[in-house]
Ligand binder design. Structure first.
Ligand SMILES: Cc1cc2nc3c(=O)[nH]c(=O)nc-3n(C[C@H](O)[C@H](O)[C@H](O)COP(=O)(O)OP(=O)(O)OC[C@H]3O[C@@H](n4cnc5c(N)ncnc54)[C@H](O)[C@@H]3O)c2cc1C
Length: 424
C-alpha cells in the first residue's frame, strides 16, 4: 500500500522500491529501461527524484546558445516520457542519503525533508561546471552547463549587439563586439565554433558589420582538443581559422574583468562577452552522502557500478568514478558512458530482483565527435578518423538515437527536423 505526501513523494510501499536520484542522461535512461522491462512478478516500484521536469540534453547546448533561441530543442519533458511507464517522478531533490538505514531524504537543502526508504538506490546526479578561483572569473564569465547558461549567453550576445549599434566610434564598437571563450576542450570548441559560424550573419541581420566582430578562443595549453588524435586537432584548428576564429594558445588566464582577459604571459584579450568552458566537477552534494570518493570527488564504484561499501547503491554517469580495467583509467564524463552504464544497471537490478548476480559492466568507446560549428565536425569511430560533414552527421545521429531510445520514433523524428532547422 502506498501513501502519497503533499509534495507527491511516495512515502511507503510494500514493493521493492528502486529510487533513482537524478533524471539526466543516466537517470532517465535507467528509469525508461527498467520501467519497460519489469514484470508484475518482479515486485519492483520505480521512483525517479529530479528537481527539473525536463531532462536537459547538454550535448547540443551550443545551438541553443547561439542559434535560434529555442530551449525546447535540448529538453525532454519527463511527464511525456513516463506517461505510459510504471515510474513515479518526484520533482524534488535528494538532500541526504543514509546508506545504513537505506533511506534518502527529499527536500530543500538542510530542511527536515521527507524520508523515502529504498530497496536499491541509484545515484545519477551528474556534474556541474567547474570554475577555478581566478580573480574575476566567476563574476564576469558565463559557463555552459545548462539550458539557463545557454539562454544567458543568448541574452549577452543580444545585449552586445544592441550596445554596439548605439556606438559611433568604430574602435569602441569593435571592443564591444568581442566574444571570447576560455577552454579548448570539446565544450569550448563547440561553443566557439558555433559563435564563429553563426554570429557573423546574426550581426549582419542586426545591421552591424561582421568585420567589427572578433571571436577568440583562449586555451592554456599549446593545443586544443587534447583528447582527439593529432590529425583531428590540426583539422579543427584549420577549420576555426578559416571561420575567422582567433586562437590564443599557450598561456593560462591570470585575471578577468568586465571587458578583458589577462594572461599569465602578459597578453590582454578583449572579452566583452566571455564564456568559461574549463571543466566540470561531480555533483558537490553527493560527496557528503557517506560514500567513498576519488580525488576529484566522483563516487567510487566496483566493476558492477555499485558502491564498494554498500552494494545496494548503484552509481552511474558523471558522478560515478568507474575504473576501466582495459584502459586503466577512470571513464571520462560523457553521455555515452552515462547511457551505457544505466542500461547495464537496469539489467543488474532486474537480475537482483530475480535472484541472480549482476555482471561486471564492460565499457566500450566506439567513437567521439566534436562539432566545429553547426555543420562540420571532427572525431573518430572504430579507430578511424572522421571529419567534416560525416563527423557532424555522426554526432547528430547519436543525439537523435538517444531520443529514439527514451522517447520512441516520434520524438526522434521531431528532434531530427528541429535539428535541421536549428543548424541552418
Ligand atoms: C556543453 C556540453 C556538451 C557536451 N557534449 C557531449 C557530447 O557531445 N557527447 C557526450 O558523450 N557527452 C557530452 N557532454 C557530457 C554529457 O552531457 C554528460 O556526460 C552527461 O550529461 C552525464 O549524464 P548524467 O546523467 O550523469 O548527468 P546529467 O545529464 O547532468 O544529469 C544529472 C541530473 O541530476 C539532477 N540532480 C542533481 N542533483 C540532484 C539531487 N540532489 N537530487 C536529484 N536530482 C539531482 C540534475 O538536475 C540533472 O538533471 C557534454 C556536456 C556539456 C556540458
Amino acid at each position: 500500500m502506498q501513501t502519497t505526501s503533499k509534495n507527491g513523494c511516495v512515502a511507503d510501499s510494500g514493493a521493492r522500491r528502486v529510487v533513482i536520484a537524478g533524471g539526466g542522461y543516466a537517470g532517465t535512461t535507467l528509469a525508461v529501461n527498467l520501467g519497460r522491462a519489469i514484470k508484475p512478478g518482479d515486485d519492483i516500484e520505480i521512483m525517479l527524484i529530479e528537481p527539473n521536469p525536463c531532462q536537459q540534453a547538454l550535448s547540443e547546448l551550443d545551438l541553443v546558445a547561439v542559434g535560434p533561441p529555442r530551449p525546447e530543442f535540448c529538453e525532454l519533458w519527463h511527464p511525456t516520457v513516463f506517461k505510459n511507464l510504471p515510474v513515479t517522478v518526484c520533482y524534488n531533490r535528494v538532500d541526504r542519503v543514509d546508506p545504513e538505514r537505506r533511506l534518502v531524504t527529499v527536500g530543500p537543502r538542510g530542511e527536515a525533508g521527507q524520508e523515502v526508504p529504498y530497496w536499491r538506490l541509484v545515484i545519477a546526479t551528474g556534474a556541474i561546471a567547474f570554475v577555478p578561483p581566478v580573480e574575476g572569473l566567476l563574476e564576469h564569465a558565463g559557463t555552459m552547463w545548462s539550458v539557463e547558461d545557454a539562454q544567458d549567453l543568448q541574452r549577452r550576445i543580444e545585449a552586445a549587439f544592441r550596445r554596439a549599434a548605439m556606438i559611433a566610434d568604430r574602435d569602441e564598437r569593435r571592443h564591444v563586439l568581442s566574444f571570447t571563450v576560455i577552454g579548448g576542450g570539446a565544450t569550448g570548441i563547440e561553443i566557439v565554433g558555433t559563435l564563429g559560424q553563426m554570429l557573423p550573419s546574426r550581426a549582419a541581420d542586426a545591421g552591424l558589420d561582421p568585420a567589427d566582430m572578433t571571436v577568440r578562443l583562449v586555451e592554456g595549453r599549446s593545443q586544443i582538443l587534447y583528447d582527439l588524435p593529432e590529425p583531428q586537432r590540426a583539422k579543427a584548428v584549420r577549420r576555426l581559422e578559416r571561420m575567422g576564429v582567433e586562437l590564443v594558445l599557450g598561456s593560462m588566464v591570470s585575471r578577468v574583468d568586465a571587458t578583458t582577459v589577462y594572461l599569465a604571459d602578459g597578453r590582454e584579450i578583449d572579452a566583452t562577452v566571455l564564456v568559461f568552458c574549463g571543466g566540470a566537477k561531480p555533483d558537490p552534494d553527493a560527496i557528503g552522502w557517506g560514500l567513498e570518493a576519488d580525488n576529484g570527488g566522483r563516487l567510487v564504484v566496483d566493476e558492477t557500478c555499485r558502491s564498494k561499501q554498500y552494494p545496494d547503491i548503484y552509481i552511474v554517469g558523471d558522478v560515478a568514478s568507474f575504473r576501466d580495467p582495459k584502459m586503466n583509467r577512470t571513464l571520462p564524463m560523457l553521455a555515452q558512458f552515462a547511457i551505457t552504464e544505466s542500461q547495464h544497471c537496469a539489467g543488474s537490478i532486474l537480475k537482483e530482483a530475480r535472484g541472480q548476480t549482476p555482471d561486471p559492466f564492460v565499457p566500450h568507446m566506439h567513437g567521439e565527435f566534436v562539432s566545429v560549428g553547426p555543420r562540420w565536425g571532427v572525431g573518430w569511430m572504430f579507430g578511424m578518423n572522421v571529419s567534416g560533414i560525416p563527423a557532424i552527421i555522426m554526432k547528430r545521429l547519436t543525439y537523435v538515437l538517444y531520443w529514439w531510445q527514451v522517447g520512441g520514433i516520434s520524438l526522434a523524428w521531431k528532434r531530427l527536423r528541429e535539428m535541421l532547422a536549428m543548424a541552418r
